[in-house]
Design a protein around this ligand. Structure first.
Ligand code: TXA
Ligand code: MG
Length: 340
């Protein structure tokens, strides 16, 4: 099993050596845990796809910790540069044209002419990138398609021996859902529009205010191969079935409640109630989302058969980071590829 190591200066330096030697290191970011590898090393990048069971046509995000590194990888200008200056370091990923002959391995960008770049804010993530001296590609540190990892134990449970080291900074989750991913579209002399490919903590309103651009929300990146038009691909999915917008849970539901005091109202009827946020705080709910989905899955698996059979989730307001929460939940509830 991969060792979970307290992120001291010595441990970060050892982790950076492992990255430079082509191994995989898991590290916390302000969004979720990342599974890191040297972005410039095609063999190391291939190890990420193998460890996650991730399809090779789904590209990775290159994580950086300086403007100099940003500009070595991608052509960042115009409104996306303005936005990046306002947000970075922070939970934003920009998809921009690759610098020709740039250092990121083609394996990491799935052969596209663009590269996804993110400058994370969590100190341990920045320290690791600086110590490694190379951009680090890092998908969420979970098996492909499963619930994202937000704590060291999730990483070990999902990825076991394929990770050389799991860094632990002892801090609790910050944002809890993955970064907002954006791309800019310019049409002739029309002002650029910015498209949100994946919603996150940085909202359409913030992007509009920072850039003055029109913002389109397509949330299309996790649909790498949708089975039919308009159908969401299953992603972020626990093993148990997920049912959304449940205000009156069944006795065999594990209920992820929102804005209700535990044990009161309809919640008393569920097999278990796991509150996303009793006080109805969307930031708190985002921070708990993936941990509670994993916890619900464990309860359903470990209880005597039939005690609980389904994860039911209360309605979440479609505003602010609630948009990102609902995006992840819809994908978690989407039909599974292996379901008959
Ligand atoms: O918050 C985050 O972004 C986390 C932490 C670890 O930084 N990382 C993360 O990575 O969520 P991952 O691999 O789970 O999701 C990356 C997404 C995928 O949906 C991928 O399709 C999209 O980014 N992506 C990467 N490169 C792209 C590109 N050139 N064009 C469009 N989408 C891209
Ligand atoms: Mg992911």
């Amino acid at each position: 099993m991969a060792p979970i190591v307290t992120a001291s200066a010595a441990a970060i330096s050892e982790a950076a050596d492992l990255i430079r030697a082509g191994a995989l290191v898991a590290f916390p970011t302000e969004t979720v845990y990342g599974l890191g590898a040297d972005a410039t090393n095609g063999d190391a990048v291939a190890r990420i796809y193998a460890a996650k069971g991730r399809p090779s046509h789904n590209p990775l995000i290159a994580h950086v910790a300086s403007w100099e590194m940003v500009h070595r990888l991608g052509v960042l200008d115009g409104p996306l540069a303005t936005l990046a200056k306002a947000v970075w370091p922070g939970p934003l990923t920009v998809v921009v044209p690759k610098v020709p002959g740039g250092p990121v391995s083609d394996a990491a960008t799935a052969g596209l002419g663009t590269v996804a770049i993110r400058w994370p804010s969590r100190p341990v993530a920045q320290a690791l990138i600086r110590a490694a001296g190379v951009p680090i590609v890092a998908p969420s540190a979970n098996r492909s398609g499963y619930v994202s990892a937000i704590q060291p134990a999730d990483v070990v449970a999902d990825l076991g021996d394929s990770v050389a080291m799991v860094l632990d900074d002892g801090a609790s989750v910050d944002v809890g859902v993955e970064s907002t991913i954006v791309i800019a579209h310019a049409a002739g002399d029309q002002p650029a529009a910015i498209e949100i490919l994946r919603p996150g903590a940085i909202t359409a309103d913030q992007i509009r205010r920072a850039t003055g651009c029109a913002v389109i929300s397509s949330a299309r990146v996790d649909d790498v191969a949708p089975t039919s038009p308009g159908q969401l691909e299953s992603h972020y999915a626990p093993r148990a079935l997920v049912c959304l917008n449940v205000t009156a849970p069944e006795p065999t539901d594990v209920w992820l409640s929102f804005a209700v005091m535990p044990g009161t109202a309809t919640g008393a009827r569920a097999a278990a109630e796991l509150p996303l946020s009793p006080r109805g705080d969307l930031d708190e709910a985002a921070g708990r989302l993936f941990a509670l989905l994993r916890h619900a899955d464990t309860l359903i698996r470990e209880w005597p058969a039939g005690t609980a059979t389904r994860i039911a989730v209360a309605p979440i307001p479609e505003t602010g980071i609630g948009i990102a929460i609902n995006d992840r939940l819809r994908r978690a509830a989407a039909p599974r590829p292996d379901a008959s």
